[in-house]
Write a protein that binds this ligand. Structure first.
Ligand code: GAP
Length: 593
């Protein structure tokens, strides 16, 4: 994956957003080649899903969304992920994405909760009582101070401890030993108020919560102690630990940070929607959301579009656009981002057509991916189990792809029943029913939704295209060649045009003529600098499927029959053929189709 990320930056496909300011996590900028690739993908989707069909129309909805829309859809209440925080570093994770871990769990506490021993504790509590007005906590420093007072009063001769934890621990142990040697009467007088003091001290010196650390096989208890020490050091200047208590073997747990073993907080629901405010006052009344999916604007505009398009069921409304989610853990390059694009179709139908259409759209969508260069054997269909499906869905498939970081979802195809339209009808009070002219029935249509991610598909295209092979350099020495084997349909640049020499005006003029000839049909890149082999490599690396070289034969210098012919090079086979310039547009258009 690192090679792919670095190529994306080096050749201008994808950059980190706001990079010169340290980057904005979960947001990405597409460079000159990335934007072409993305556009080609969206154009392919739009052509197949809208232009080539009679039963689908498009729309482009607003990103800013009325809160009532997202209340009705259930997003305000329920669009959340379970979130946990590392108690040591504060790093946030999605609870369900933490890998299962096994090992030994060690618990530690602060020494102030464990010592001093009972007798000295009684006396400490007694002496400390005046200090412990309700709510005032006694720190380790305070406890040492009180211990020194006792030492003074009873000539115990205890030395002021250094800041070394061991020295503090020894100080309290010595104090306990010395107190045991005092006459009983002194102890008794000091312990008179024990009962009340004990109650006070219990309130003001709460037991610190034990801190648990998981160490995996091959790691030591010392590592666990170090992690716990860093946890308490964030709260106290001089934490002195006791433990570990009850080391326990633990299997398949998600309660610890996989990066450092520190325990995690219990899961809490975290709403993923991003909000902003409209107008001058930022209060509850001016709150709006950035849409978390494009689908809701389609449902909300269903009636308008039905009326203007005069479509009959089944028919669909398609949309490509931005969506925003405050993902807990953006990761895997662009795979999980906070700002991303979706390509969604809401295909409305009668209830009895829902399950068949779910199958139909799953197959259509698999064909789509194959047609843009993602082979069938790298795609997988996951039937989402009943207990993981949205409660209103009668069937959902995830189309997954074998990314270098594992098999992950590219697209969801879901039969959402009539849930969305019914919810909006109820909440808005406006009818979203369909009137069937033939049966004279009115009903709320059901919907099947293929919902794909633009950024995830772009990433899949790049991962699928990336390859390295061996090719000869200018001196016929074999070298490693990086090639993006994009399907010509999605390749950002379709054809490179190269005059053999840049200082020959005839070659240059001819090459520029070819650029003008091809440009109305495709994206073309003109390159005259460096050895021709280098120029081929540069185009291979960005996935340009064809290269045209203008040489002396093109000028007819050696053989008049070859005048106005060029070499046409194929990126993948590296084979070259001689073709007439005038045939180039037709040949290339044919191969790009
Ligand atoms: N309207 C249905 C819906 O939004 P989803 O499964 O949450 O369903 C659909 O999202 C697709 O959107 C996903 O399959 C994925 O391709 C893309 N997607 C979702 N969250 C994403 C994220 N944080 N970053 C990039 N793409 C995302």
């Amino acid at each position: 994956m690192e090679k792919i990320v670095s190529l994306c930056k080096r050749r201008g496909f994808i950059f980190q957003s706001s990079e010169i300011y340290g980057g904005l996590n979960g947001a990405w900028d597409y460079g000159p080649l990335g934007v072409e690739l993305k556009r080609n993908l969206k154009n392919c989707w739009w052509r197949v899903m809208v232009h080539e069909r009679d039963d689908v129309v498009g729309m482009d909805g607003a990103i800013l969304t009325h809160p009532e829309v997202l209340k009705a859809s259930g997003h305000v209440e329920g669009f959340s992920d379970p979130m946990v925080d590392c108690r040591l570093t504060g790093k946030r994770f999605r609870a369900d994405q933490i890998p299962l871990q096994s090992g030994m769990v060690y618990s530690f506490r602060l020494v102030r909760d464990a010592i001093p021993p009972p007798e000295s504790f009684q006396i400490l509590a007694h002496i400390a009582a005046p200090y412990m007005t309700a709510g005032k906590k006694v720190s380790t420093d305070d406890a040492v101070e009180i211990g020194l007072l006792i030492s003074d009063r009873h000539n115990l001769g205890l030395e002021v401890p250094t800041r070394d934890p061991k020295s503090v621990e020894d100080f309290f142990l010595n104090l306990g030993d010395s107190l045991k040697k005092l006459p009983d009467a002194s102890i008794a007088s000091l312990g008179d108020d024990f009962a009340t003091s004990y109650a006070v001290s219990n309130r003001t010196l709460p037991q610190s919560q034990a801190f648990r650390v998981l160490v995996q096989r091959g790691e030591t208890e010392a590592k666990a102690r170090k992690v716990a020490q860093s946890f308490y050091r964030k709260r106290l200047k001089l934490p002195v630990l006791v433990g570990p208590f009850n080391p326990t073997a633990c299997n398949d747990t998600r309660e610890f940070n996989p990066e450092n073993g520190a325990e995690l907080t219990p899961p809490r629901a975290f709403n993923l929607m991003l909000e902003t405010h409209l107008g001058a006052v930022a209060d509850e009344a001016s709150k709006v959301y950035l849409r978390p999916e494009t689908a809701q604007s389609i449902f909300v505009q269903f009636k308008n579009i039905l009326e203007v398009s005069r479509k009959k069921l089944p028919f669909g409304i398609a949309q490509i656009g931005k969506a925003f989610r405050n993902e807990i853990n953006p990761r895997n390059f662009t795979f999980r981002s906070r700002e991303f694009e979706q390509m969604e179709l809401e295909y409305f139908c009668r209830a009895e057509q829902g399950m068949d259409l779910l199958e139909y759209w799953k197959e259509e969508r698999l064909k789509f991916y194959e047609n843009i260069g993602i082979p069938r054997d790298k795609l997988h269909v996951l039937t989402v189990p009943d207990d993981e499906r949205a409660f209103y869905s009668k069937g959902t498939y995830d189309i997954e792809y074998d990314f270098p970081f594992g098999r992950q979802e590219l697209e969801g195809v879901a039969y959402r029943t009539d849930y969305d339209l019914s919810q909006h009808q109820k909440a808005s009070g406006k009818s979203l029913e369909y009137f069937d002219e033939e049966t004279k029935q009115r009903f709320v249509p059901h919907v099947v939704e293929p919902s794909a991610g633009v950024d995830r598909t772009v990433l899949a295209l790049i991962c699928e295209a990336y390859s390295e092979d061996q090719a000869p350099d200018e001196k016929a020495k074999m070298e490693t060649r990086i090639v993006l084997r994009f399907h010509p349909r999605v390749a950002p640049v379709k054809c490179g045009v190269f005059p053999l020499l840049k200082n020959n005006s005839q070659l240059v003029a001819k090459a520029k003529e070819i650029v003008s000839l091809l440009r109305p049909h495709m994206t073309v890149f003109y390159d005259e600098s460096g050895a021709i082999g280098r120029r081929y490599r540069r185009q291979d690396e960005i996935g340009t499927p064809f290269g045209v070289t203008v040489d002396f034969e093109t000028l007819g210098e050696k053989d008049a029959a070859r005048r106005n012919t060029v070499t046409l090079r194929d990126r993948d086979s590296m084979k070259q053929e001689r073709v007439a310039i005038q045939d180039l547009p037709a040949i290339l258009r044919d191969r790009l189709a």
